[in-house]
Design a binder for this molecule. Sequence first.
Ligand code: CA
Length: 233
Amino acid sequence: MTTGKPLILIVEDEADLVTLLRYNLEKDGYRTVVAGDGEEALMLAAEQTPNLVLLDWMLPLMSGIEVCRQLRRNAKTRDIPIIMVTARGEESDRVRGLNSGADDYITKPFSPTELSARVRAVLRRAQPALSEETLRFADVELDLAAHRVRRQGRDVHLGPTEFRLLRHFMQHPGRVFSREQLLDQVWGHDVYVEVRTVDVHIRRLRKALNGDDGLDIIRTVRSAGYSLDDKVA
Ligand code: CA
């Protein structure tokens, strides 16, 4: 990113809404780029690596959900925050949107104030994790540049997969990831591995992190997956 103004990719096929979104986002000091369908969105996202994607659920040809999944599968775009824009307010759709990898969602019709607040919040959550050299969660420190992990000052030795797993959790503290999501987002879509492989690496990660008597910060969420949680006993 060369200029200081964050770049937002607007993925929307309705011209009126594009005009409105552009106007409001640019007024808030962001740069914008627009894609009218999913294919174009995937291309622009990979080319320009925007700071945020505002993604409409209802798109021609490829649904917003599918665009979201594909953005998460591509190494170049997987860390870009996504806000889903949906006309549906139903809980099940919201959950589907978040499960497919969206960071937040906003329901049409929304006010410019609500849009500003959501965009600001998601950017604020995303930026520190991506720009800081060291991620911290509870008493664990992960040095991105040096690929080093410390807990209470002691070095924790992790294999490459365990390192990537922990980094992923620490970039999204508190969020629950299913085994399938972890395979997608940590292993990448080119690799075929069985879902239970995730459990094996989680076990190794826990063992290395916790030592003999450390607090377990990885929470197993029954029938859902795993998340970081420092309140687990
Ligand atoms: Ca639409």
